[in-house]
Ligand binder design. Structure first.
Ligand SMILES: *Cc1c(COP(=O)(O)O)cnc(C)c1O
Length: 219
């Protein structure tokens, strides 16, 4: 299937009100432009360097989301243009984003990345840490950012029950925090598990390979 067919097929599976973040990491600017020309405006990248190389070559009205682990010392490189940082996993990082956001006279949107997977390797805040950080935010500690929601990745497994459990755990936290201050984005689900994520309450999905094809890391 072509990128165009893939994109249309994904769109057909998304209920109204579910945002699609097209994950373009490792794929060339030409492929991103192709999806842009089909109407997509929200794209996700996971590396600062790659984002900085590609973004100047593409239209200005793309809303870039950073979805990969972000080092504190790299926030300054993206603070002037990033729309949303989905991968906030420490208070130190949030403090830095708040600072750089202020310097740029912007309000950067962020999602707290919460660790819901059983795997040791996945980044993210533990649930109590996420609650504490959100509390500091509602107390007014980070005036230059807006926490718009939560992001999580399920375990990479065929066990759909487990995946569902993990997504529902994040949905429950989302509902709890949403009572303290309104949130609008629950980002869960990738190419292989986005239908389950939507069933569990996701209203934003991050889809890469199902649109752009498999990633080739050898290049
Ligand atoms: C790469 C990536 C995705 C997209 O993965 P696909 O399986 O290609 O859809 C989604 N979220 C994050 C955090 C990623 O790093």
């Amino acid at each position: 299937m072509s990128i165009k067919d893939n994109y249309k097929a994904i769109q057909d599976q998304l209920p109204a009100g579910v945002q699609l973040v097209a994950v373009s990491k490792t794929h060339p600017v030409s492929a991103i432009q192709e999806v842009y020309d089909l109407g997509q405006r929200v794209f996700g990248e996971n590396k600062v360097q790659e984002l900085m190389e590609k973004s100047p070559l593409l239209p200005d009205d793309i809303q870039w989301h950073l979805i990969g682990h972000l080092q504190t010392n790299k926030v300054k490189y993206i603070a002037s243009f990033i729309d949303t940082i989905q991968s906030v996993d420490s208070e130190k990082l949030l403090t830095e984003i708040n600072k750089e956001s202020g310097k740029n006279n912007r309000i950067i949107k962020v999602l707290l990345q919460v660790k819901i997977a059983a795997e040791e390797s996945k980044f993210g805040l533990e649930i109590p840490e996420a609650k504490e950080l959100f509390q500091h935010y509602t107390d007014g500690k980070f005036p230059n950012i807006e926490i718009t929601g939560l992001m999580g990745m399920a375990t990479f497994t065929d066990d759909e029950q487990q995946v569902k459990q993990e997504f529902l755990t994040l949905k429950a936290l989302f509902d709890e925090l949403n009572q303290l201050k309104t949130l609008n984005t629950l980002s869960m689900g990738m190419s292989d598990d986005f239908p389950v994520a939507i069933e569990c309450g996701a209203n934003s999905v991050r889809v890469g390979s199902a649109i752009f094809g498999r990633r080739d890391y050898s290049k």
